[in-house]
Design a protein around this ligand. Structure first.
Ligand code: ATP
Ligand code: MG
Length: 444
């Protein structure tokens, strides 16, 4: 893609209305455009990143056996009246009346809708467990939408729902999602800590929030530092392996302020290991048993002929919020360099030809390089404008492809001036560059 042909409306300076660096960068490089308070259009660069995040989230859901569906954004109030949440949800819910005077709403979450789908078809324990998810827009009329897409009113969420025959089986499902969340965030190159959390309006008794550290985060967190050293790569999908993994995480104190108790914290965690800091909630999982199935008369036949209400959990990931969260973690706002992890980068590589008037050699060289990159499935952006070199580099640093090739004096003959952002420049032949990128892509 040529920069001159792209829709990447870059601003010269930081927009003054943005308070945190993710919001600044997203406006600065034209990833999003505000439509109204807390509601955004996604422009090509932002949309590419969000779609890549969505792809990784989807793969990790599929790997644990969750099945993708798509529920509508607009729901009927009937099911929410059944669960009792139509009144409880309060002003965050956007309520809509259609032309027949029916009360509808824009879904803030989907427990009711998915329970309604489940109960219309599944009648027996033999069809359990069922893990269903969708990736769909949500609307919550947040009292103070802020920080761009971090706390929007309309936002993109992956929400999954589990249906099981017993508490024990439901914990098994819960643990699968727990593992899939650790894997998902790792692939996004984020360290997300699972923290014991309150269940809030979703209700229930077992819950973890997945939080990444960031000074600009809205969650205050209290942890034992040692939790950061844990790793789940040896865990498999067997019941025992999953139980052990969760125990490993739960042995360390890690809570948000809703669950914080100073006395307990100081008693359990030695002074050296205490960490009090801020973070961004990127995911939240809940187990709530029969809270909805009871209210919505959703039961299955058990082996002995009896019936019981199905046991449910729900599992959310803020897909659009993750775009901002990754920027908070990876953007050096002093140097104005964004380093997207290759797994979600809008482009794999930037080609920066130093173009002189009346001399197209560098651009032609860039075009030839690009042909070879395309053959190898490497997605490049080429700055074909005739701006000066330093402003070209500045722009590409903001766009944030993880690799750059500078085509100028030093890219002579077969050797190209190649840079992996954050590392020293090297002079390498194209073949070697392709090898490096292909190898890193294979590890995503
Ligand atoms: P928060 O505490 O940040 O308000 P929540 O606990 O209300 O979030 P959940 O119902 O747990 O949110 O939703 C699942 C995920 O959706 C959250 O972990 C978060 O990543 C994302 N999310 C929630 N609200 C918003 C929002 N207003 N804008 C963007 N993402 C959001
Ligand atoms: Mg939450």
């Amino acid at each position: 893609m040529y920069l001159s042909e792209s829709f990447i409306p870059i601003l010269k300076n930081n927009p003054s209305e943005a308070k945190i660096k993710s919001h600044q960068l997203m406006l600065r490089v034209g990833m999003i455009k505000q439509a109204s308070a807390g509601i955004y259009s996604w422009l090509p660069l932002g949309f590419k990143v969000m779609k890549k995040i969505e792809g990784i989230v989807r793969q990790e859901q599929n790997k644990i056996g969750a099945q993708e569906i798509l529920m509508p954004t607009i729901q009927s109030s009937e099911i929410w009246k059944e669960s009792g949440r139509y009144d409880d949800y309060g002003e965050e819910m956007l309520r809509i009346t259609d032309r027949q005077k029916r009360e509808m709403l824009y879904g803030p979450t989907n427990e009711e809708q998915v329970t309604e789908i489940f109960r219309s078809s599944i009648k027996s324990y033999k069809s359990l467990p069922q893990l269903l998810y969708h990736i769909q827009w949500k609307f919550r009329d947040e009292i103070r939408p802020r920080f761009g897409i971090m706390r929007g009113r309309e936002f993109y969420m992956k929400d999954a729902y589990s249906f099981d025959v017993s508490d024990e089986e439901a914990f098994f499902s819960y643990n699968k999602f727990f593992l899939s969340y650790l894997r998902t965030f790792k692939r996004l190159s984020l360290t997300a800590i699972p923290m014991a959390a309150d269940t809030g309006p979703i209700g229930g008794n077992l819950s973890h929030e997945f939080v990444i550290l960031a000074d600009t985060g809205e969650s205050k967190i209290f942890t034992d530092k040692r939790i950061f050293e844990l790793d789940s790569s040896n865990t498999n999908l067997e019941k025992l392996s999953l139980e052990n993994m969760r125990k490993k995480y739960e042995q360390f104190y890690a809570v948000t302020d809703e669950k914080f108790n100073k006395e307990e914290f100081e008693k359990i965690v030695s002074e050296d290991n205490r960490l009090i800091t801020k973070g961004i909630e990127v995911g939240h999982i809940f187990y709530f048993g029969d809270k909805y199935s009871k209210a919505m008369a959703t039961s299955v036949d058990l082996p002995g002929g009896k019936k019981d209400f199905v046991k449910m959990g729900s599992y959310g990931i803020g897909v659009s919020r993750l775009v901002g969260a990754i920027i908070e973690a990876k953007y050096d706002d002093k140097k104005e360099i964004m380093k997207w992890p290759l797994s979600v980068a809008p482009y794999d590589i930037a080609l920066i030809p130093m173009i002189n008037k009346n001399d197209n050699t560098a651009l032609q060289k860039a075009n030839n390089i690009n042909l070879e990159l395309i053959k190898n499935d490497i997605d490049a952006i080429i700055d074909d404008t005739d701006e000066n070199f330093s402003s070209k580099v500045k722009k590409m640093n903001l766009i944030g492809a993880p690799f750059q090739i500078i085509i100028g004096k030093k890219s002579d003959g077969d050797l190209l001036e190649f840079k992996e952002i954050g590392k020293e420049t090297q002079n390498l032949p194209l073949k070697k560059i392709v090898e490096i990128i292909t190898k890193q892509k294979s590890l995503i």
